[in-house]
Design a protein around this ligand. Sequence first.
Ligand SMILES: [Zn+2]
Length: 73
Amino acid sequence: MAKVILLVLGLLLAYWVLRGYRRRIDSNDAPSAGAAEDMVRCERCGVHLPRSESVAAQGRHYCSVEHRERQSG
Ligand SMILES: [Zn+2]
């Protein structure tokens, strides 16, 4: 009998862990789920890149300094 209880507990645990894991993957995929890092779009060429790698100027984001210079000039 104890074996059955252990089996059920094991299945519940596996189900719970898998559900949490899937939710984490889903939240990474969702565009507006408040992921670890925001993605921004270059105003010049439209490429998407992480905010930390972007060049910001006047509230806009660019993929490189070169694109920022061209936009403002
Ligand atoms: Zn660009």
